[in-house]
Design a protein around this ligand. Structure first.
Ligand SMILES: NC(=O)c1ccc[n+]([C@@H]2O[C@H](COP(=O)([O-])OP(=O)(O)OC[C@H]3O[C@@H](n4cnc5c(N)ncnc54)[C@H](O)[C@@H]3O)[C@@H](O)[C@H]2O)c1
Length: 308
């Protein structure tokens, strides 16, 4: 069973993808119960006619009992200048949700989408006392797709011709596009790009959400599909390699921080954290990114301590 906490734009798009494929039973939980019921009613008509799955909307958290996978997309609102600008209020919300997950579905796999996603991924597992292998944040696969997009634009080729475009680190201004891995066909992109071009593409990838905001609110379909791919792998127990925010325990020389790195997932959650070779500069950027996330985690934890 799949539970989606927060049936706003992203949550209902994830539910639509799961429902339209008849993936599994779905429970949509929203603070505004009517919204959850409405989305469930709408998506019910997109379920394949030969599917036995059910979909319901509710405001009652006890309905998440029996969840195999829980997706958290609940949010108090929209950030403006940076994803961290509503971090403290989001922390309170996520602590409350973490406790509900601990009460009703403590062994479910949890996919965190709510921003700032790296800090929220850390908090949900600590505050909910959930196993680190069971919790991941979805974002760096989206950032990696954005790098692939900009590289394809730069070279004037289809996205299919760009391989191994990885973005690691924070899902915000310090994210690290790993140019040393990306290829155009079989050619390393580093053989084709100069420093100025790399810096330009890095800035475009980091600011993708701001560009999007000029035209529509924020990412809905991009993040929904990236989340859906992970849900599919877990529900169907396929081994899937993806970049996601997970708790590091020495990997990349980093400890006690959640950030985007390559991982292998199955129905058992994160079965492996994969370390890819990085250049000296990329390593330095990743350390800097980790430091920024750790400072934000400390600030959020301090705030939560003072508002128990
Ligand atoms: N990780 C990523 O790459 C990525 C990409 C896009 C959006 N996001 C984030 O995802 C989150 C959701 O975005 P959205 O556009 O769907 O927002 P939204 O405002 O459309 O939806 C949020 C929903 O959460 C509900 N909610 C609030 N508190 C709740 C609670 N305690 N329990 C249940 N539901 C609750 C609200 O009623 C609302 O319907 C935001 O934090 C956004 O920044 C992350």
């Amino acid at each position: 069973m799949i539970s989606i906490i927060g049936s706003g734009q992203v949550g209902s798009a994830v539910a639509f993808l799961c429902g339209s494929e008849g993936l599994d039973d779905i429970v949509l939980v929203n603070r505004d119960e009517k919204k959850a019921i409405g989305e469930a009613l709408d998506i019910s008509n997109a379920v394949p006619s030969n599917s036995t799955m059910s979909i319901k909307g509710t405001g009652d958290y006890s309905q998440i009992i029996n969840s195999d996978v829980i997706i958290v997309t609940a949010s108090i609102g929209t950030h403006q200048a940076s994803r961290s600008d509503i971090m403290l209020d989001q922390s309170m919300l996520i602590r409350d949700i973490a406790r509900k997950i601990q009460t009703f579905a403590p062994s479910a796999k949890v996919l965190m989408v709510t921003n700032p996603v790296d800090v929220m991924t850390y908090l949900v597992q600590k505050e909910g006392k959930l196993g680190s292998k069971n919790v991941l944040g979805v974002a760096s696969s989206l950032d990696s797709a954005r790098l692939r997009y900009y590289l394809s634009k730069h070279f004037g080729v289809s996205q299919a011709q760009i391989h191994d475009a990885l973005v690691l680190g924070e899902h915000d201004d310090s994210m690290v596009p790993v140019f040393s891995h990306a290829k155009l066909g079989n050619t390393p992109v580093n053989d084709l790009l100069n420093e100025k071009q790399r810096s330009h593409i890095t800035s475009d990838v980091r600011n993708y959400w701001k560009s999007l905001r000029n035209y529509k609110g924020s990412s809905v379909f991009g993040i929904a599909k990236n989340t859906y791919d992970i849900i599919c792998a877990m529900i169907q127990n396929k081994s899937f390699d993806v970049c996601a925010s997970v708790l590091l325990d020495g990997q990349y020389g980093l400890d006690d921080v959640c950030m985007g790195v390559p991982v292998t997932i199955t129905k058992d959650g994160i079965v492996q954290i994969n370390e890819v070779a990085l250049t000296g500069e990329e390593k330095q950027q990743l350390q800097k990114s980790a430091g920024i996330i750790q400072k934000n985690i400390a600030r959020a934890q301090e705030f939560l301590k003072s508002s128990r």
